[in-house]
Ligand binder design. Structure first.
Ligand code: C2O
Ligand code: CU
Ligand code: CU
Length: 522
């Protein structure tokens, strides 16, 4: 019954959208926008904003991605087999959805390994087109990065290997083929990568995977009438696909049975375009304990946490026995009051996941006073300052990505400060491969609390200047670049991306090998 009502609501919402598009179409489509101006745009978008608060039927237990199995090879390296494949997934009643996944039909297993371990992968591409697996947030040699230069051809096998050397953190992996990242992620290729270390294991934080330490890969999808992912994009938006249904770990309308007082949630905005502003339905406070690159020195209490695509956060929330509360995404707090925010869903209100607390809750964990180490680059000697302007849908400093062009080289062992500005009124964010950075300032001011830990992706509020400090500790390669880009995947794919190499002493920028760096086959 409830289910039926909900379906009707969403169907009605879709019809209303269609109607508005028709009205705009009659008025002359995009031309009418120029004539009608911002007023028309505001009218259209304000009228179709989504509000599913209190309307989602949380009828399915949240799927927990399995932990990836591994074996040890003769050298002692831990080896994971990742098999990229096409399949079908039953998200809802009716026809199954054609999806892609890793070691399964949709999404991938959670990879988990510890700092200091040698890790190795056999990534097999079982699709009939090329793809790659990029380890987002990982410090590693460029040849292992899994970007556009490590595309794996159909039936090819790619075998990257490196020593895991960074603090405990919640990272993720996803494809990164040139121009097709958005499509591949939308089809289902993504997973979490949890890094552990000795320090974090001794802290007494909630840490039982899937019980009181729960991964939440939050994504939006649009389904067509035949239950297939609708990837037609949005009319007159270059921001990419904005879905009207939220899934977590591939579960629509998920609920979680809570058995402990404190629960740690590892949040990943795995959407291609959508901005989330997480909070709970009763506005209860929660503690931010980790940002992209690892644990904060101490927890920060808040009741809202805004995450743009690609960003992660670990939060700890406290529950009372027998209560039910919903994790929700609220309209954005920062930067998107105007109609342009609409393109990334900034004024939507969406129910995400329901938490149902048991009558008796175990109470054996706590948030310690001191956790990770604070970013320490504010007073570092700066070898180079660079500035980056993101503009339109496809440009950084007036240029679009060219896989054969290396934009600049940085020196191994040095600290650089990159000043990054979104010159548009709509959303961009900024991700750098290989490093975690410190946000030194935002428009000359101290960064907001949520940006005080190590970050690899940061939302760029329009027209503000973000000063980011990063150290390029090691792994030189004059020929194979790392990427920096907007993580709104439609922008990344359109070319809002550049490349840099890390150079050893005396080394010069080289030449990107044509055809990439992956040569092994299945
Ligand atoms: Cu999450 Cu270059 O990517
Ligand atoms: Cu990345
Ligand atoms: Cu962008």
């Amino acid at each position: 019954m409830y289910q039926a009502i909900r379906r009707t609501t969403i169907a009605a919402m879709k019809r209303r959208n269609a109607l508005k598009w028709t009205l705009v179409g009659v008025g002359g489509g995009v031309g009418a926008l120029a004539v009608g101006g911002v007023g028309t745009l505001a009218y259209v978008w304000n009228d179709v904003k989504l509000d599913t608060a209190g309307k989602v039927d949380f009828a399915r237990p949240l799927a927990i991605p399995p932990l990836a199995e591994s074996t040890r090879d003769a050298s002692g390296a831990r080896v994971f087999n990742l098999d990229i494949q096409a399949g079908r997934t039953a998200f809802k009643d009716g026809r199954e959805t054609e999806t892609w996944g890793v070691n399964g039909a949709f999404l991938g297993p959670t990879i988990r390994a510890k700092r200091g371990e040698e890790i190795a992968f056999a990534v097999h591409n079982g699709l009939d087109e090329g793809t790659s697996i990029h380890w987002h947030g990982m410090h590693l040699p460029a040849v292992m990065d899994g970007g556009p230069h490590q595309e794996v051809e159909p039936d090819g096998i790619w075998t990257p290997q490196w020593t895991l050397d960074q603090p405990a953190s919640t990272l993720w992996y996803h494809p990164h083929p040139h121009g097709r990242t958005g499509a591949h992620v939308y089809r289902g290729l993504a997973g979490m990568f949890i890094v552990d270390d000795d320090e974090s294991e001794g802290l007494g934080l909630p840490a039982e995977y899937g019980v009181d330490d729960v991964p939440l890969i939050v994504q939006d999808r649009k389904f067509d009438d035949d239950n297939q992912f609708d990837d037609s994009g949005n009319f007159f938006s270059m921001q990419g696909i904005l879905g009207d249904e939220i899934m977590v770990n591939g579960t629509l309308g998920p609920y979680v049975e809570v058995s402990t007082r404190l629960v740690r949630l590892r949040l990943l905005n795995g959407s291609v375009s959508r901005l989330y502003n997480f909070g709970f339905s009763d506005d209860r406070p929660f503690s931010l304990i980790a940002t992209d690159g690892g644990l904060l020195p101490s927890a920060w209490e808040t009741d809202r946490l805004q995450l743009s695509p690609g960003e992660r956060a670990e939060i700890v929330v406290a529950f009372e026995p027998d209560e039910t509360v919903v994790l929700r995404s609220y309209p954005a707090d920062e930067g998107y009051e105007g109609p342009l925010g609409r393109f990334n869903g900034a004024d939507d209100q969406l129910d995400v996941c329901e938490f149902r607390a048991a009558g008796v809750l175990a109470d054996e964990t706590a948030i310690p006073e001191a956790m990770g180490t604070a970013p320490d680059l504010a007073d570092a000697e700066v070898a180079e300052e660079r500035s980056f302007e993101l503009s339109g849908f496809n440009q950084i400093n007036g240029e679009s990505m060219d896989p054969q062009r290396i934009d600049f080289g940085v020196r191994e062992g040095t600290v650089e400060v990159w000043e990054v500005t979104n010159v548009d009124g709509f959303m961009h964010n900024f991700h750098v491969h290989d490093v975690q950075y410190q946000v030194l300032s935002v428009d000359g001011e101290e960064p907001p609390e949520r940006l005080r830990g190590w970050k690899d992706t940061v939302q760029l509020i329009p027209h503000k200047r973000y000063r980011l400090a990063m150290r390029f500790a090691d792994y030189t390669d004059p020929n194979l670049p790392y990427m920096y880009h907007c993580h709104i995947l439609a922008h990344e794919d359109a070319g809002m991306m550049g490349q840099f190499v890390v150079l050893g002493e005396g080394e010069e920028i080289g030449t990107v090998p044509e055809g990439g760096s992956v040569h092994s086959h299945g």
